[in-house]
Ligand binder design. Structure first.
Ligand code: HEC
Length: 152
C-alpha cells in the first residue's frame, strides 16, 4: 500500500517536472497563470526594494516573508512556460523561450538560485546591509530574463 502511494506520488511529481500536466491545460490558461505568477513576484519584490532603498524601515520578518514568496514563485515558474503557451492570449513571452530552451533554463535556474539565496541571507539578517548585495543579485536575475525573453 505504502509503495503504491509512493509510486503515485513519484508519478505525479515526474509529470509536473516534465510539464505534462501543464501542457494539457489550455494555452490561454497557462498564459493567465504565467502573468499571475509574475504579478505576485512583482508585488512581493516591491517591499524588498523599498527597504533596500531606505524608503521603508527594514523589518527582518517582513523582508523574509516577502523573499520566501518570491522564491516559492520562482520554484513554480517553469510550469508557467508549458510548451504551446507561446500563443493563445496576449503575452510578452518571446518565442526564444521555447526555441532557445537551454538559454532560458539558465536564466530560470539563476532566478531560482538567487531568490533562494536571498531567503537564506534574510533569515539571519540583522540590518538592511546584510541583504543589500543579494537583493541586487536577485534584481539582476529578473533583468537577465526580461532583456532576452520578454518583449518590451
Ligand atoms: C526566467 C524568466 C523571467 C525571470 C527570471 C523573471 N521574469 Fe518577469 N516575466 C517574464 C516573462 C516572460 C513575462 C511576460 C509574461 C507574459 O506576458 O506571458 C514576465 C512578466 C513580468 C511582469 C508582468 C506580469 C503581467 O502582469 O503580465 C512582472 C511585474 C515581472 N515579470 C516582474 C519580475 C520580477 C520582479 C522578477 C525578478 C524578481 C522577474 N519578473 C523575473 C520572465 C521572467
Amino acid at each position: 500500500m505504502k509503495h503504491v502511494l509512493i509510486a503515485a506520488l513519484i508519478g505525479t511529481s515526474t509529470l509536473l517536472a516534465s510539464g505534462t500536466v501543464s501542457a494539457q491545460a489550455k494555452p490561454e490558461d497557462v498564459i493567465k497563470f504565467r502573468k499571475s505568477v509574475y504579478t505576485v513576484v512583482g508585488w512581493h519584490v516591491r517591499p524588498l526594494g523599498a527597504m533596500v532603498k531606505g524608503q521603508m524601515p527594514f523589518d527582518q520578518a517582513v523582508f523574509l516573508k516577502n523573499a520566501e514568496i518570491v522564491a516559492d514563485m520562482a520554484s513554480i515558474a517553469p510550469d508557467a512556460f508549458a510548451a504551446g503557451s507561446d500563443k493563445g492570449a496576449e503575452t510578452r513571452a518571446k518565442p526564444e523561450i521555447w526555441s532557445d530552451a537551454a538559454g532560458f533554463k539558465k536564466v530560470m535556474d539563476n532566478f531560482q538560485a538567487e531568490s533562494a539565496k536571498l531567503v537564506q541571507v534574510a533569515r539571519t539578517a540583522k540590518d538592511v546591509d546584510a541583504v543589500r548585495s543579494q537583493f541586487s543579485a536577485l534584481s539582476k536575475s529578473c533583468a537577465g530574463c526580461h532583456d532576452n525573453y520578454r518583449t518590451k
